[in-house]
Design a protein around this ligand. Sequence first.
Ligand SMILES: [Zn+2]
Length: 296
Amino acid sequence: MRHLKGSRLLLILAVVVALIWAWAFWPRQPVLSVTFLDVRQGDCAFVRTPGGKTVLIDAGGAGESSNGYDVGSRVVVPFLRREGVRVLDLAVITHCHEDHVGGMPAVLKSIGARTVIDSGESGSSPMYERVFRLIEKRRLKYTVARRGQTISLPDGVRIDVLNPDDSGVDIEDDADINDHSVVLRLTYRRASFLFAADAETEAEENMVRTCGGLRSAVLKVGHHGSSNATSGIWLRAVRPRIAVISVGRRNPFGHPSAPTLQRLVDRGARIYRTDRDGAVVITTDGENLHVATTRR
Ligand SMILES: [Zn+2]
């Protein structure tokens, strides 16, 4: 009787050990993560591919009410260091406005990037001049993004450039610069992320007319949720399940606008905002999406 009890115990132990072993060593689908950092009013998204390639899309910025606060050295560089990034594989500057490029000099100085891409429209921003001096000084590979280009990363991660096109838009004001933003669509297996930068309605309509396959599970909402972006036609094409708004608390622009939020709600998108949620981290195995936030 005692012998039977002992062998039963051994059997249970063996099963438990086997289960632990299987849990620890069973091959899992590698995970891609996208972190939308809280950089106050501005954009900054960090992508880590399953194989460890790193991409930074914008680096936040000084903004108009920053009083010299450098979000690049205060937030973005410490974050990248915590992530163990020695050098970025790709840094994207979507356009030359301070709330996107302001933190980039600190990032290029402290972390560096193997390749930098931008819209080719540098405007007259002093911050942008600093970026270019760094690109030249460090002899970084630099490319101008244009619709139709594809960046293929290992593990089947693919980034398509959707905007700007090469029609040579006349840049006359801030709205033109926004419409000339680098817009990217990243896909990993069946998961897709659309980074709309500050593209406004005109660029959105152009992409809907010209680009196929805009549908994306995650949309980084254009232009911080302003009323002149995220049009109905755009949302019908993208059909996001998750919308991330990168925006500063009590910003002077009134972002995000109530009608834009309503349009997203009407489309059934779950909204995350960096001003309320802090950093928004989305991980995916290429099928399922998991969202975590630092504040709630
Ligand atoms: Zn912006």
